[in-house]
Design a protein around this ligand. Structure first.
Ligand SMILES: Nc1ncnc2c1ncn2[C@@H]1O[C@H](COP(=O)(O)OP(=O)(O)O)[C@@H](O)[C@H]1O
Ligand SMILES: [Mg+2]
Length: 290
């Protein structure tokens, strides 16, 4: 197979999908970083590799809960060496699934759009929460707060459980909710011991050929989750983002109007950001930092 015949089927903000054959795809994580919903002009070196290693770590750790989309093959098993080397470490060989039309968000803490919805209505996705909760407070228990998958360019929207049932069916909703909460809880408990609070996260699920519910996409990285350093956590305050704080602080102070294109970020800010991704991987997987 040559590069010309490797067909790109999708290019997202951060990742690219290639078709391998009718049943399999190659998911490649680039080094692109988006902040305030805009992709920065400069990549974060090795970010795609670091986040891929993190997702693979979680897929393995959580595989007793449910099947995932990994075929078990390496990129070197499916592409010739010259081509495989381009994608090595930053790609996953995955089963092509039929995606469910929702994003399975689980929240353990009150933040982001959940905090905004709570302030407005006392609820998130129709789930009533205790009165008087503060920003960043831990919820009495993790909750499943699905969103619709937005068309390209749109923002995903929180939906009620009733709307979710209309999209995927009541039985499927129950299965997805139970699995998503278990995945989140086990991961969050583990990460907490390592100094990282996973405040919330987004899972995606699909159905395989046999109709089996399967975990897909990437999981439990700072791209799909809100990571906080537990030693900086304070109820009532918006904790700094584990990975993007340096970038956001710099962009905010740069006077940029948050419309594309984003300004070029200084090299030291990029380096500090790269270090945060390395640190997150090292903390979670007990690797020495290198
Ligand atoms: N195993 C899979 N089968 C089918 N689709 C998948 C699978 N894993 C991930 N996807 C889809 O691939 C796309 C990955 O692209 P992504 O870079 O996340 O772009 P986006 O910016 O649209 O989220 C998503 O639409 C996701 O739902
Ligand atoms: Mg995505």
């Amino acid at each position: 197979m040559s590069t010309q015949t490797l067909k790109k089927i999708y290019s997202g903000k951060v990742r690219d999908l290639y078709e391998l054959d009718a049943k399999r795809m190659l998911m490649v994580a680039s080094d692109r970083l988006s902040a305030f919903d805009v992709v920065l002009p400069e990549p974060i070196a090795d970010k795609g590799k670091i986040l891929t290693q993190m997702a693979l770590f979680w897929f393995r750790k959580l595989q007793h809960i449910m099947p995932n989309h990994l075929t078990g093959e390496e990129v070197t098993d499916v592409l010739p060496e010259t081509q495989a080397s381009i994608f090595a470490g930053r790609s996953m060989v995955v089963k092509k699934l039929v995606p469910l039309k929702i994003e399975a968000i689980v929240r353990g803490y009150l933040a982001g759009s959940g905090w905004q919805d709570y302030q407005r209505s006392g609820q998130i996705c129709g789930i009533t929460l205790p009165k008087g909760m503060q920003l960043a407070q831990k919820l009495p228990q993790a909750i499943f707060t699905p969103s619709s998958k937005a068309a390209v360019g749109d923002h995903d929207e929180n939906i009620t459980l009733t709307q979710c049932a209309e999209l995927i069916g009541t039985d499927m909703l129950q299965e997805v909710e139970a699995k998503a909460i278990r995945l989140y809880q086990e991961a969050a408990d583990y990460a907490y011991q390592k100094g990282i609070i996973i405040a919330d996260t987004k899972f995606e699920f699909g159905l395989d050929e046999d109709g089996t519910l399967t975990l897909m996409d990437e999981v439990l990285t700072p791209d799909s989750s809100r990571f906080w350093a537990s030693d900086q956590y304070q109820i009532g305050h918006n904790p700094p983002s584990f990975d993007k704080q340096f970038i956001r602080d710099w962009l905010s102070s740069s006077g940029w109007n948050k419309q594309p294109p984003a300004p070029v970020v200084p090299a030291d800010v990029l380096r500090q950001t790269q270090n945060k991704y390395r640190e997150a991987l090292a903390l979670l997987t007990d690797q020495n930092q290198g």
